[in-house]
Design a protein around this ligand. Structure first.
Ligand code: GLN
Length: 468
């Protein structure tokens, strides 16, 4: 389904269908936390670039008078009194929000297995994960319920589920989209992102969602371009860097073959291909550094979830007891582990050894990627070393290069605030695999252009997988 399908049609009918379909696939996918009946909104006169387009929001996007849980027990009864900035923009452009989607608890995960509301199933194979943390949004787009859904991306939480679910997933530059009203995870890494079924819609959505917002001081003053109008699949002389460390770390030769065929096609289209290698030791330090920074920031950000300021309040004899009981019952085990890691890294005696060191590693990685991209347009690599894993799980060696480098390289774009997106590259055993493109800061246009050239080659624009 494409955004275009909604424009100049009976959108009210389509929005009702989207809402009903979200409900109809719920048993199979568990993609939605809260359904929003579109009828009230459809009674309004809708105008704008998304006139009557049904959209889903990840459940960490604040919606006035509508429960916003971030898939955590602690926020199970939280009803925000205000809308996120992007909700204001979507409303202004005529979009119709039909649901709040499932996610990893507080966006801290990559599987959607940590949601308080249960895991989310992949439409291509219900026995597999959707990926996370924006799993429900990826599934609602992939299963042809809505043409676009909002997610958030701190490490790869839009781009990984996009790969697993066979859709387009975009994380723009840091500051491109206001984060006002998004329940935070790690402020220096958090980005608003989104899913569509095709590159043209992805370009249009960035036009709608971007721009300066005084309520988010990190939001950028850079002018918003007309990405969708300027979209151009001519990639003659565009310089594309092939991320060799990632390819070397992938064990599945079918993925490497799929990727290499794509690179040949891009060469045929006139792109200049160059292979680049990063320092492997630096790349192996990337994920540990990410976890230290992300968990430290998360620990600080979530200190207000204590039953006093925010969150479902548990009983207790004293204020301390209330906070302890609230946090003990309110968070799942994964979150607690992460808070332990985050707090440990922030202890005064550990700050230099852990937190500052992680920041230095982050800086070195960003310097390396920016120096490589200095005279180039795109850094290209498979988005993941495999298709969506089985829910039942498979054991992975977490310290292998496949895990440290091939499975997690997309955090580089969060470290540097670089625009980065995943588009479908093909299928292996009927399961989708994505390719990831990363560009220089605020160079979203060239990223979309190369993505469009890829989409023309694969023919996968608009690809979906019906679950019913
Ligand atoms: N999987 C990563 C994590 O757990 C990324 C999460 C995200 O991007 N929100 O931190």
């Amino acid at each position: 389904m494409k955004i275009q399908d909604y424009l100049n049609t009976d959108y009210a009918q389509k929005c009702r269908e989207a809402y009903n379909k979200a409900k109809a696939i719920q048993d199979k996918t568990n993609a939605t936390i809260t359904f929003i009946d579109p009828q009230k909104r459809l009674n309004d006169k809708l105008e704008g670039r998304l006139k009557g387009v049904a959209i889903a929001l990840k459940d960490n996007v604040s919606t006035r008078d509508i429960k916003t849980t971030a898939a955590s027990r602690i926020l199970d009864n939280y009803i925000p009194q205000y809308d996120a900035h992007i909700v204001d923009l979507l409303n202004k452009e005529g979009a119709v929000i039909i649901g709040k989607s499932n996610m990893d608890e507080l966006a801290m995960g990559g599987t959607n297995l940590t949601s308080y509301f249960g895991l989310c199933h992949n439409p291509y194979d219900l026995s597999r994960i959707s990926g996370g943390s924006s799993g429900g949004s990826a599934v609602l787009v992939a299963a042809n319920v809505v043409p676009c859904a909002i997610g958030s991306d701190t490490g790869d939480s839009v781009r990984k589920p996009a790969s697993y679910c066979g859709v387009v997933g975009v994380k723009p530059s840091y500051g491109r989209i206001s984060r006002y009203g998004i329940i935070p995870y790690a402020s220096s890494l958090d980005h608003v992102g989104y899913f569509t079924t095709n590159v043209k819609d992805a370009a249009l959505m960035l036009e709608v969602l971007s721009g300066r917002d005084d309520r988010d001081m990190t939001s950028s003053y850079n002018p918003v371009e007309n990405y969708s109008e300027l979209l151009n699949a001519d990639i003659q002389d565009k310089k594309i860097l092939i991320f060799d460390n990632v390819l070397a770390a992938i064990n599945n030769s079918e993925i490497v073959d799929l990727f290499n065929s794509l690179v040949t096609a891009l060469t045929d289209k006139g792109a200049i291909i160059e292979h680049v290698s990063f320092n492997d030791d630096l790349l192996r330090a990337m994920l540990p550094a990410y976890y230290i920074i992300a968990n430290a920031e998360a620990t600080a950000n979530h200190s207000n979830l204590d039953g006093i300021l925010f969150g479902h309040r548990e009983e207790g004899e004293s204020t301390d007891d209330i906070m302890i009981n609230t946090r003990t019952k309110g968070f799942g085990p994964w979150i607690k582990k992460r808070f332990v890691v985050g707090s440990y890294a922030l202890f005064e005696e550990n700050q230099e050894r852990l937190f500052r060191k992680a920041q230095k590693i982050r800086r070195l990685i960003v310097e390396e990627v920016l120096s490589k991209l200095k005279d180039a347009d795109i850094l290209l690599a498979p988005a993941a070393p495999g298709a969506a894993p089985l829910i039942a799980g498979q054991t992975t060696d977490e310290l292998s290069d496949e895990s440290l480098i091939a499975d997690n390289h997309m955090v580089i774009a969060n470290f540097g605030g670089l625009p980065s997106m995943t588009v479908p590259m093909g299928y292996i055993d009927n399961l989708p695999i994505g390719v990831n493109l990363t560009a220089n800061p605020f160079k979203e246009q060239v990223m979309f252009d190369v993505a469009l050239a890829i989409e023309e080659y694969t023919g996968l624009g608009g690809a979906v997988k019906e679950v019913l």
